[in-house]
Design a binder for this molecule. Structure first.
Ligand code: PSU
Ligand code: MN
Length: 318
C-alpha cells in the first residue's frame, strides 16, 4: 500500500491527501479501466455477515470484466481509494464505522476517524483519484417528507459538480422518485436509461417514471462521456440508470405494502437524518423475508458489471 500523498490529478494545486492502493494507482496511471465502489452499502446498507461476502463478490465482478476495483473508505483518518482484504474486512465487520458523506471527509481526516463513504463521499474521492466510473446500488435523493424536513441526500449536489459516471438502479424507492428526478434535471445531471425508457425503481425494474434518453451499450455510454468532455465547461456527473432484471425484482405488491409499513415505522420511531436510509433498507429486508435484499443484491451486481464494461470502453478510447 502506497503512503505517498500525491494523486494523478488534472487540477493544478497542492497534492491531495487521498491515498490510492498500488494497484489502483498503477491502473489509473496507465489509463486502464478502474471502477470505484462505495463502502456505505457494505457497512450500513447490508446485513452482516453477508456484507463481507458481497464486498468481495463485487470486486470479483469488476475483475472478471478486465477492470480494477477501487473500493473507497476512510480508515483512521486516511481517505483510501482501493482497499486491501484486511481493510474490506474492517469495513464489513466494525460496527462503529461512521457514515461519511462528502462534507464529513475533512472532519474525519482531521480527527483520525474511520467511516464508510456514501455516494457523495465516494464520488468525490474517486474523482480526485482520477477514476471516471463508479458502480453502486441506488442513489440518495429527495425523501418523501421533504416538505417538513427538507431531507435531500448530499449525493445530488455533489454529483452536480463532479465529473464521474455513476451506474445505479435508479434511486432508492424509499425516496420521492419524481421529486428526485426533478432535482436531477434542475441540477443539470444527465440521466441515461440503460436499455430502457423508464427510470428504474431500485428494487423494481420500473419506477413508473420516464427517462428522456436511452442507451443500449457500454460503448454508447462511453460516447456520451466523451461528448460531455468535448463540450467542456461544466463538471457534472452522468447517471446510468440500469434496471434490476425483471425476473429478479421484488414483487411490486409486496414492495408497496412493506414500504408503506416501513415509512410509518420510521415516522413512529422518530428516525431522521443519516439513520433513515439504513433503517428503511433494514426494515424492508426484515419484513420481506429477505426478498428485498436479494433484489437489492441483484441490482448492485448488475450495476457493477455494467460499470466495469463502461470503464473498459472508456479506457479503450484513451
Ligand atoms: N444504495 C443502497 N444501499 C445504501 C445506499 C445506497 O443500495 O446503503 C447508501 C448510499 O451510500 C447513498 C446513501 O449515498 O445510502 C444515501 O444516504 P443519505 O440519504 O443519508 O444521503
Ligand atoms: Mn439525508
Amino acid at each position: 500500500m502506497s503512503t505517498s500523498g500525491s494523486v494523478p490529478n488534472e487540477v493544478p494545486g497542492p497534492p491531495s491527501a487521498v491515498v490510492l492502493s498500488d494497484e489502483v494507482r498503477e491502473a489509473v496511471g496507465r489509463g486502464a479501466p478502474v471502477v470505484a465502489l462505495e463502502s456505505t452499502i457494505i457497512a450500513h446498507g447490508l446485513p452482516r455477515p453477508r456484507n463481507l461476502a458481497v464486498a468481495g463478490e463485487l470486486e470479483e465482478i469488476v475483475r472478471a470484466q478486465g477492470a480494477v476495483p477501487a473500493t473507497v473508505a476512510v480508515l483512521d483518518g486516511v481517505p483510501r481509494v482501493g482497499l486491501t482484504k484486511e481493510h474490506v474486512e474492517r469495513v464489513a465487520e466494525d460496527s462503529s464505522l461512521r457514515k461519511l458523506g462528502f462534507r464529513d471527509l475533512a472532519p474525519a481526516l482531521a480527527t483520525g476517524a474511520s467511516g464508510a463513504t456514501t455516494v457523495s463521499g465516494t464520488a468525490f474521492l474517486a474523482a480526485r483519484a482520477g477514476i471516471r466510473v463508479f458502480g453502486t446500488g441506488g442513489l440518495g435523493g429527495v425523501h418523501r417528507d421533504w416538505v417538513t424536513v427538507q431531507d435531500e441526500s448530499a449525493d445530488l449536489g455533489l454529483l452536480a459538480r463532479t465529473r464521474i459516471t455513476v451506474v445505479c438502479a435508479g434511486v432508492k424507492s424509499i425516496l420521492d422518485v419524481p421529486a428526485t428526478l426533478q432535482r436531477l434535471e434542475t441540477l443539470g445531471i444527465g440521466v441515461l436509461g440503460f436499455g430502457t425508457a423508464r427510470f428504474p425503481g431500485f428494487y423494481l425494474s420500473d419506477s413508473g417514471e420516464p427517462v428522456d434518453w436511452t442507451v443500449e451499450s457500454p460503448q454508447q455510454v462511453a460516447e456520451v462521456m466523451a461528448a460531455q468532455d468535448a463540450l467542456g465547461g461544466h463538471e457534472s456527473a452522468l447517471i446510468v440508470a440500469n434496471p434490476v432484471p425483471r425476473d429478479q425484482q421484488l414483487d411490486p405488491a409486496l414492495h408497496d405494502r412493506v414500504l408503506a409499513d416501513a415509512l410509518a415505522a420510521a415516522d413512529a420511531g422518530g428516525v431522521t437524518g443519516q439513520a433513515i436510509t439504513p433503517f428503511l433498507l433494514g426494515y424492508l429486508t426484515e419484513h420481506t423475508g429477505g426478498a428485498s435484499l436479494e433484489a437489492n443484491l441483484a441490482a448492485v451486481r448488475g450495476n457493477v458489471e455494467l460499470a466495469a464494461g463502461i470503464a473498459v470502453h472508456w479506457s479503450r478510447r484513451g
